[in-house]
Design a binder for this molecule. Structure first.
Ligand code: XMP
Length: 189
């Protein structure tokens, strides 16, 4: 199941993820009761969390998907974010919760927040499974966050390396160098 050339150390266990996602679902359910909620999941990394999270939210809500790909210019180091909303229905007058796998620099979510606001959403909030410490370039506080992690490359529970490892039920550190890891915290109840 796991490529022996790429050993993986478990950073967040399956049980810890399930417990945390359950709590986030309860929190979202209580925050959005009576409101027209659309959970807009960012492809592809958030798909596994999406499936688990929505089954913990027992209020009426819609599910939609959006894709954001960044491309580096041939002659410059600047990156362009291309948004594909082929599977995102109308969000006008909806309370949108953007769901992403990981907050790294923050550029993706910041651009998507602007995009969804421009589409006329009533409100826009963000939920992420992971937030990487020491990497953020854009000021942005996720409204719902599963775990804060150190600056290591992680895979599993939706996150990939070379389009593999998304299926792992836990989050692990890939290709680890000694001392790169640290404690995982649970920032919100
Ligand atoms: P920004 O920098 O815009 O990007 O916050 C977030 C996106 O970067 C990818 N990313 C990772 N993917 N393991 C991954 O599999 C990682 O450790 C990692 N760090 C960033 C991811 O696609 C995320 O949506």
């Amino acid at each position: 199941m796991v490529n022996p050339d790429h050993p993986i150390r478990t950073l967040i266990s399956e049980a810890a993820i399930q417990e945390r996602v359950h709590l986030l679902g309860q929190q979202i359910e209580s925050d959005y009761r009576g409101r027209p909620l659309t959970i807009l999941a960012v492809l592809t990394g958030s798909l596994i969390m999406l499936a688990d999270l929505v089954r913990r939210i027992r209020i009426s809500h819609r599910i939609a998907l959006i894709q954001a790909s960044s491309y580096r210019g041939a002659t410059t180091t600047a990156t362009t974010l291309v948004i594909n909303e082929a599977f995102a229905p109308d969000v006008a007058d909806r309370d949108v919760l953007l769901l992403d796998d990981i907050l790294d620099t923050g550029r993706t979510l910041a651009a998507l927040i602007r995009h969804v606001r421009d589409r006329g959403a009533r409100s826009v909030r963000t939920a992420v499974l992971l937030r990487k410490l020491g990497r953020q370039e854009v000021p942005l506080e996720p409204d719902y966050c599963g775990f804060t992690i150190p600056d290591v490359f992680v895979v599993g529970y939706g996150l990939d390396y070379n389009d593999d490892y998304r299926h792992l039920p836990y989050v692990g550190v890939l290709g680890e160098h000694q001392g790169a890891s640290g404690p995982v915290s649970h920032p919100r109840s």
